[in-house]
Design a protein. Structure first.
Lengths: 421, 421
């Protein structure tokens, strides 16, 4: 490098409780390398910010505000669901990116997201080779789905896992209290359209000190109504109640989503039922048991109030590593989390080639699911436990967490032409 | 009192994150008065435990276990939904209660619950007068619905309020991040079939530091679809997104529940939609906006991990006060919470006659709801804020809260006849 270059950083895809901790890692680390790095420009709403030259000048934020990102959930700069097309299909997009990067002296592209975002990052990383524009693209892993390959786990997942395990334990205590005369089955719907990592975390609610009857419905295991009902019936017989953790991506033997039950309201309009309500109604119909159900939805992935300390630390570390890798001249790479020991849990940052990360999903290993398909094995517990470990409470004022809102001051535009997405 | 008498304590109705803190208050206070009080027998599953002579000997628990009740959610002895009939309708029930109380030397009846339970407690308190059996009945207030009269607020409510306010803030940060290309409206369904106290708490997510667009749908305000949609549209126009907190008890102008939309599945079976999914579908139909919804259900009332310190302290205090009132010879009474100052928040324990508590619901005052019907006023904020204040984290092990499970050893039965409920 002959001169100081700026970093472009952006957040992509579904946000998490700790993606801002990665942003904090990027910003605080960049600030330590003022000789090599100029400013960090954040894309407003991910890659869209780059395409539309809508950049945020992070140097306008106070040190305190940057540091508060560590405990603030969701995406402070705005995220997006937007996938770049291939170079051949949409050359104009890539030319525009180069134009924007050149205009703002951007030499580093740090993209913080999941599988789709890794694909975007991979494409940008090829700009040097394919279009002769020197840029280093580093992907910063993030996804509650925990489905990126190579890395032992994904920042964002540990906190959702903790939230779902705690919520399942707490709600199970509740149902146990009510079961004598009221609710006997509690159903909790969790995220995970393809992989059952989050659903698996519900299984952690039970342990040697907490004999809680939990049935997990994984997207990896085709739903068989009769077998499931027999299992519920047995749990209720033994314990008096039963908790069910169901993945939103649960499918039947034909591969159809359980949530898609062709519901219609009184006027014939199609209605989205949600898999929890579908499963609950089946329990009522087949077993005549009173149920309650909850849908965790965004609550689970934004629950920074009970984030996992491991998760926060790792989210920060991958942000930090991304800057360090950039300074070491790396391109087309993702800092990964490498587990070096289970007990005591130890991890370090590794490196994964983006070409091996993009567009690949890591499913739950079969060895993590019990033979009956409704539970998690000891191997799964050994894997999950350290990821959920430790509390990292945000500061509170008047009973509520003090999360930061950035100023998000725009960088003055330098290009004359707008860009239509 | 001529001799030491035993206490009967039981938990009734929907449980909360802090009802066990009241139990803790009862048990630890009783332990300090060994000269006057013998043992504390807990009813297994509320009044059912008394009727069926299914008593739990709390003296078999360790001091540590009793002390852990302070931070353990739900009902440690089991709760019930069971209302005693009037004395004239069901004299046998009352005769049975007397039989059980006599057999176990029970002189104090402490019942921990909401409005229905206050009614049960009132009926028991009349046993002395009506049936010549000396017993002192004290009601210990508990309900997430916050709808008991006289008391300034109800133990259990502050923690739900805190949970809903935090969840609404966190999920709103999430939606704000996603709104550019994805979800624009987030709907959170909360408890409160008759009174909108819990829904009101969602409004606390926004404050002078957090300009979050929130619309609240109260059960007190009849739902008008067109007016609501206009409000959503405006919020989205200004902020790019909107959060909606809807009470499960939302009704239309004709008094019908919004959740009862006559949903049917592909086979013609009736389905319970849940008001969040109904409102969300309307938003999609009328405004074409992408939505997400969550249903907090039991998660909200069991979320001990983020209980309010004020709430825990008050729950303990009413348990303690119940024992002290009993020792002072009181009957047919409920320890209440009296607010003596807003800033700084100060409260003390008062006394309310049970006849003035039972079967009365306290609705949200009109002055707490904004004129458009979608928000909370400053008066409401002043009321809610101290109730949600302070954190009281439980201890953790391996990433999960260490809640206690009691041994719940049965007291040997002394009666020969069983009792059919």
């Amino acid at each position: 490098m002959t001169k100081r270059q700026n970093i472009f950083y952006a957040q992509s895809g579904g946000v998490t409780a700790v993606i801002n901790a990665s942003a904090c890692g990027v910003l605080e680390t960049a600030a330590k390398h003022k000789k090599a790095i100029g400013r960090v420009y954040a894309g407003r709403n991910g890659i869209i910010g780059a395409l539309t030259e809508d950049l945020i000048d992070t140097s306008r934020e106070t040190k305190q505000a940057i540091s508060a990102l560590r405990y603030t959930p969701a995406g402070a700069f705005g995220s997006c669901r937007y996938k770049l097309k291939g170079l051949n299909e949409s050359r104009a997009q890539y030319e525009r990116l180069i134009e924007v990067f050149e205009a703002h002296n951007i030499g580093y592209f740090l993209y913080n997201g999941g599988g789709d975002s890794a694909d975007t990052c991979l494409k940008v990383s090829q700009l040097s080779k394919n279009m002769g524009f020197p840029i280093q693209a580093i992907h910063i892993p993030k996804t509650v789905d925990n489905d990126l390959p190579i890395t032992d786990n994904c920042p964002g997942f540990g906190s959702v896992a903790k939230y779902i395990a705690i919520s399942t334990r707490e709600a199970s205590f509740d149902v146990a209290s009510m079961a004598k005369t009221s609710t006997k089955v509690f159903v909790l719907e969790v995220m995970g359209r393809h992989a059952g990592w989050i659903a698996a975390a519900g299984g952690m609610a039970a342990d040697s000190d907490n004999d809680i009857p939990i049935l997990i419905l994984f997207p990896e295991v085709p739903f068989e109504r009769r077998r499931f009902m027999a299992a519920v019936k047995q749990k209720v017989k033994i314990h008096g109640y039963c908790s069910v953790v169901v993945s939103e991506g649960l499918r039947d033997r034909q591969g159809g989503f359980l949530s898609d039950q062709g519901l219609h309201d009184a006027f014939g309009h199609a209605q989205l039922g949600g898999v929890a309500s579908v499963i609950s109604t089946m329990v009522k119909d087949d077993l005549g048991l009173k149920y309650h159900y909850a849908v965790a939805d965004y609550l689970q992935r934004s629950a920074r109030h009970i984030a996992s300390l491991t998760d926060v630390s790792q989210a920060y570390a991958v942000g930090q590593a991304a800057v360090e890798l950039a300074l070491r001249g790396k391109n087309s790479i993702m800092p990964s989390i490498v587990r070096t020991s289970n007990k005591p849990y130890r991890w370090r940052i590794g490196e994964a080639k983006l070409s091996r990360v993009a567009n690949r999903e890591k499913m739950m290993p079969a060895s993590f699911i019990t033979r009956d398909g409704f539970g998690i094995t000891q191997r799964c517990r050994t894997y999950l436990e350290p990821l959920m470990k430790g509390e990292d409470y945000p500061p509170y004022r008047n009973g509520l967490p003090r999360y930061v809102r950035l100023k998000n001051t725009a960088v003055p535009k330098k290009l004359k032409t707008p860009f239509a997405l």
